[in-house]
Design a protein around this ligand. Structure first.
Ligand SMILES: CC(C)(COP(=O)(O)OP(=O)(O)OC[C@H]1O[C@@H](n2cnc3c(N)ncnc32)[C@H](O)[C@@H]1OP(=O)(O)O)[C@@H](O)C(=O)NCCC(=O)NCCS
Length: 196
């Protein structure tokens, strides 16, 4: 456990380093398509980063976790999706990810969230109370890696849809918007109007 971890909300000054931390964290992950930094950017641009926390060690940002609203087909409101979660490789396995997730869940409770869900490794996220909830699914995602944590004790049933930002595959680029566009290009997942 790293004793010197400080957790705080992201500020404007953190935006670049959050992207860097995200890129580095996912760089060697075989199951990643390496778009996680674009997801964070798109969620921020859509004002959907309901909770965005950084972890600092010795004044350096070494970790980040994002939470954004999800929709559930049964009409249940106030549920959030966790992710992406990132810790710089050289700082992993020191308890930083655990501290970030616990702090994020506490913020969600402050927001009167009714639950949180994620696509991730059960072996990691079960420690926080996440588990498979029968009847709560994400289309196209194997049920064993979709995990949920009802904060109000009442698991919903239905199809969960993560924010459009999770489809982001390139930088958010306001200048690429045509005049009659009302939504950011990135939120439509339109990579032809984005740049790296
Ligand atoms: C997942 C991640 C955020 C965890 O952060 P961390 O600071 O390394 O985590 P902690 O030190 O709090 O916890 C380490 C524990 O998690 C386990 N763990 C870490 N990543 C894991 C993974 N992908 N699958 C299963 N277990 C994992 C470790 O084995 C360790 O277990 P132990 O406590 O029983 O020894 C970090 O490893 C990371 O950035 N990974 C790459 C990106 C990623 O996979 N993000 C999550 C998907 S959104």
């Amino acid at each position: 456990m790293n004793a010197g971890i400080a957790i705080r909300n992201e500020t404007g000054a953190d935006i670049g380093v959050i992207s860097d931390v995200t890129i580095e964290a996912f760089k060697t992950l075989a199951i990643s398509n390496h778009t996680e930094q674009f997801i964070v950017e798109a969620l921020r641009a859509a004002q959907a980063l309901a909770v965005s926390l950084v972890a600092e060690v010795d004044g350096r940002v070494v970790g980040h976790v994002a939470f954004s609203p999800v929709t559930i087909s049964d009409g249940t409101r106030d549920w959030y999706g966790l992710g992406p979660a990132s810790v710089l490789p050289e700082y992993q396995r020191q308890g930083i990810g655990t501290t970030l997730v616990r702090a994020g869940l506490a913020r969600l409770r402050d927001l009167h969230a009714r639950g949180c869900c994620l696509v991730g490794h059960p072996g990691y996220y079960r420690r926080f109370g996440f588990e498979n909830v029968p009847g709560l699914v994400v289309e196209g995602v194997p049920q064993e890696v979709f995990l949920a944590l009802p904060l109000d004790g009442q698991p919903p049933r239905g199809i969960v849809t993560f924010h459009d930002g999770f489809n982001a595959a390139g930088h958010y680029d306001r200048a690429a918007l045509a005049p009659d566009e009302t939504r950011p290009a990135i939120a439509r997942g339109d990579s032809s109007t984005t740049r790296r």
